[in-house]
Design a protein around this ligand. Structure first.
Ligand SMILES: [Zn+2]
Length: 283
């Protein structure tokens, strides 16, 4: 899973973290939580948010307390405030592994503006009937893009993204009910952005039918969403990669780590262990 953001303009720099950042203690299969928190820690707006009170029990304040602790000096921090919150966010049995992507989206759904707004984009889906050429559009908010990973292909992230936005043919069982034609018709469906995310989460779906696809997916550190904007919408700046959550191992026996970029330096977070790294190592 990767997080990319718009170029920063007038974003105040938060205080520099310790040289390699602060690690997070694993309290028993809690690497999915630790990797997720580290990615939130790479977002300046979160570091600058005010916490209403340390005793607050909202998901947002608990997340902000953990993010704030990443800035402190010292040994690894135990993200207890959020560990307590997980069962309110996702189906979770203490000590059992869970999905970082599921947690990330649940966290975003449970925090308020202006933070939640950072992750929100808006897409329009246009369905065009091939019989009468009539079209219907529907606009929806979206928080991430989930890309299917093909086991026998070696598409880059950019190529998979390109495929995601290609027109999809609706036919057979998926045929489109056209009000004008008053029958089920063959149609094409195309997605495009009317408003892109300030911070975009791209989820590479590696679990298919209970099996994990281990393909390496090449990616770049910048991403151009310009070709996927609805015609007439403002051109966009390239997005810059700021965080990656990776899952190593198999579906049932795996481990999450995170890599984030702050002040042009990349750090690898493996629970309590933090190591400076470079893009060369990440690729
Ligand atoms: Zn029609």
């Amino acid at each position: 899973m990767s997080l990319a953001r718009e170029p920063e303009r007038n974003v105040e720099r938060s205080p520099s973290p310790t040289k390699t950042g602060r690690g997070l203690r694993n309290t028993g299969n809690s690497c999915f939580l630790n990797a997720t928190i580290q990615c939130f820690g790479a977002i300046d707006e979160l570091n600058q948010m005010h916490i209403s009170t340390k005793k607050s029990t909202t998901t947002q304040d608990r997340l902000l307390v953990c993010v704030r602790e990443l800035q402190a000096m010292g040994t690894a921090y135990t993200p207890a405030p959020l560990i307590q919150q997980i069962p309110n966010l996702i189906r979770y049995n203490k000590g059992e592994p869970a999905h970082a992507h599921e947690l990330l989206i649940a966290l975003i759904n449970d925090i308020s503006e202006p933070i939640s707004q950072l992750f929100q984009g808006q897409m329009v889906s246009m369905v065009k009937c091939s019989s009468c050429d009539g079209s219907m559009t529907k606009t929806d908010n979206t928080q991430d893009i989930s890309l299917h990973i093909e086991e026998d292909a070696s598409l880059s992230l950019e190529e998979s993204l390109y495929d995601f936005f290609q027109p999809e043919t609706l036919e057979g069982e998926n045929a489109y009910w056209c009000d004008t034609c008053q029958t089920s018709c063959r149609a094409t469906k195309t997605l495009s952005y009317t408003r892109k995310h300030k911070i975009l989460i791209i989820h590479s779906k590696r679990l298919i039918l209970g099996k994990k696809i281990q393909n390496h997916i090449p990616f770049d550190t910048t991403l151009d969403l310009g070709p996927y904007m609805t015609p007439g919408h403002a051109p966009t700046h390239d997005m810059n990669l700021v965080g990656i959550i990776s899952h190593q191992g198999t579906k049932d026996n795996g481990h999450y780590t995170a890599m984030t970029k702050r002040e042009d330096k990349w750090t690898l977070y493996n629970d309590a262990i933090t190591t400076q790294t470079t893009m060369k190592h990440i690729h």
